[in-house]
Design a protein around this ligand. Structure first.
Ligand code: ARG
Length: 485
């Protein structure tokens, strides 16, 4: 019951608008493989609702749902030719059960259908991205907990600035990625709304139950205005923007690890390094360089998306078909890069001796000496001037002493005990002295670490809740569908 079940005029019409030489150009079939499962779910929820509302009979619904089952079993690659997955699935249903299959598209359009499919699939992808951020945060927090006391150089403008601790450094990225997790969750909330039932944009005279299809598909709510619901791709922008921010955060981490390994402060695991085809001695940080470059892809995705969407008139335009792949590409690339960054961070070895040696380079303890004098009542600006002079003259105790004479008018020990100055010049003691909230001192790092661990656990719970909500909606849909079997 294939061609016979279609009326001759319908076949003629389909041939007429098949796209001619532009057929391949028009088609989104390749990209649509990604929403094949989503479209089947959307079809099922829609058909169940149509039956519940008496728009199709239970028998008709049962026939269509059985056909969808068979289409699913045959798989995406077995779909007939079509402009897109929505048209192809409908054709496949009609091929199997004849004209009644044509009732599946009652009270809807591909416009609300595709928007629903994208949101349905993207939810999973966003949750996967969230999960990889948690993996990275765990790797950073675990390594930080091994190194709350390990002193290292901290840099500004790539120059030695002040000694810090490895734990402090790693948690700086944990906290940044935590905000990326937060942004992804925030975007998720607005992805998780249903456009289904908006039809082409202008609603439908059928008595559809939009809340019901939203519920069957696990959406948190319904997008109200039907013209907005089919037109908007702001949810793609939000997700891709959050991912771009994440990729940018992680590119900084990758860059640091590349620099630290170049300085011999960190050794990357062989699993995350590469060698040269000609220079046998090389161990290159290629993997992290690719992580760093992913920020460029993400930014390109965001730009591509915004440029495609800019100035589109209401309501549906086929431009939207080209918006979606920017989101798929970005979510795939960034999620993979974050997972790789997590692996590289978790397996890198911090060379404590090299870090300790480097921590005092470039008179990085200078600020601590100035702070010490300021604590004795010397105006900070004067203390700064004095230590700056000592920096020029050898940056040791005797240089500080003569600078004190010339800038402050008295010997250094008139202001502060020699032992305190010696301690301030010691990188480890310097880091330990900065025990303000969020600072590099081991106790401050331990406190930040507890906060980070609690936040990771809370986010993991929230992720579990979202996944459970999707799973239970999928089960409910399955139950409703099987009632028609
Ligand atoms: N493949 C299309 C897309 O991704 C589906 C919607 C087609 N709608 C239309 N009015 N031509 O946007």
């Amino acid at each position: 019951m294939t061609e016979e079940s279609e009326s001759a005029s319908d076949v003629v019409r389909r041939e007429r608008f098949s796209g001619g030489p532009a057929r391949g150009f028009l088609s989104s079939m390749d990209a649509d493989a990604r929403i094949f499962a989503a479209d089947l779910a959307v079809d099922r929820a829609h058909v169940v609702m149509l039956a519940e509302q008496g728009i199709v009979t239970d028998d008709e619904a049962a026939t269509i749902l059985a056909a969808l089952e068979s289409v699913e079993d045959a798989g995406f690659d077995a779909l007939p030719d079509g402009e897109d997955v929505h048209a192809a699935i409908e054709t496949a249903v009609i091929e199997r059960v004849g004209d009644v299959g044509g009732k599946m598209h009652t009270a809807r359009s591909r416009n609300d259908e595709v928007a629903t499919c994208i949101r349905y699939r993207l939810r999973e992808d966003v949750l996967d991205a969230v999960e990889t951020t948690l993996g990275l945060r765990e790797a950073l927090a675990e390594t930080a907990s091994d190194h709350t006391e390990t002193v290292m150089p901290g840099y500004t403008h790539l120059q030695p600035a002040q000694p810090t601790t490895v734990g402090h450094y790693l948690l700086s990225y944990e906290q940044a990625v935590a905000r990326d997790t937060e942004r992804l969750f925030d975007a998720y909330e607005r992805v998780n709304r249903s456009p289904l039932g908006s039809a082409a944009f202008a609603g439908t005279p059928f008595d559809v139950d939009r809340e019901r299809t939203a519920e069957l598909l696990g959406f948190e709510s319904v997008l109200d205005n039907s013209m907005d619901a089919v037109s908007t791709r702001d949810f793609l922008v939000e997700v891709v923007a959050a991912l771009s921010n994440l990729a940018t955060t992680v590119s900084g981490l990758a860059e640091d690890l590349i620099i630290f390994s170049n300085k011999g402060l960190v050794e990357l695991s062989d699993d995350y390094a590469s060698t040269s085809s000609i220079m046998p001695q090389k161990k290159n940080p290629d993997t992290l360089e690719l992580v760093r470059a992913t920020a460029g892809d993400a930014s390109a995705g965001l730009n591509g998306l915004l440029t495609t969407l800019k100035g589109l008139p209401r309501a549906y335009n086929r431009d939207l078909q080209k918006a979606t792949p920017h989101a798929w590409d970005t979510v795939d690339e960034v999620t993979e890069a974050v997972a790789v960054a997590a692996g590289a961070a978790a397996t890198a070895t911090w060379d404590e001796a090299a870090l300790a040696d480097a921590a005092g380079e470039g008179f990085s303890t200078a600020t601590g000496v100035a702070d010490l004098l300021a604590m004795q009542g010397v105006p900070f600006r004067k203390a700064h001037e004095m230590v700056a002079e000592a920096a020029e003259e050898g940056a040791d105790y005797s240089a500080l002493d003569s600078a004190a004479e010339s800038v402050l008018g008295d010997s250094l020990d008139a202001y502060v005990e020699r032992a305190a100055v010696e301690a301030a010049l010691d990188p480890e003691k310097s880091a330990a002295s900065r025990d303000s909230v969020g600072g590099p001192a081991p106790e401050s790092v331990s406190e930040t670490l507890s906060v980070a661990e609690a936040a990771i656990a809370a986010d993991a719970d929230a992720l579990g809740d979202e996944r459970a909500a999707l799973d239970s909606a999928a089960e409910q849909l399955q139950t409703e569908v099987s009632r028609f079997a």
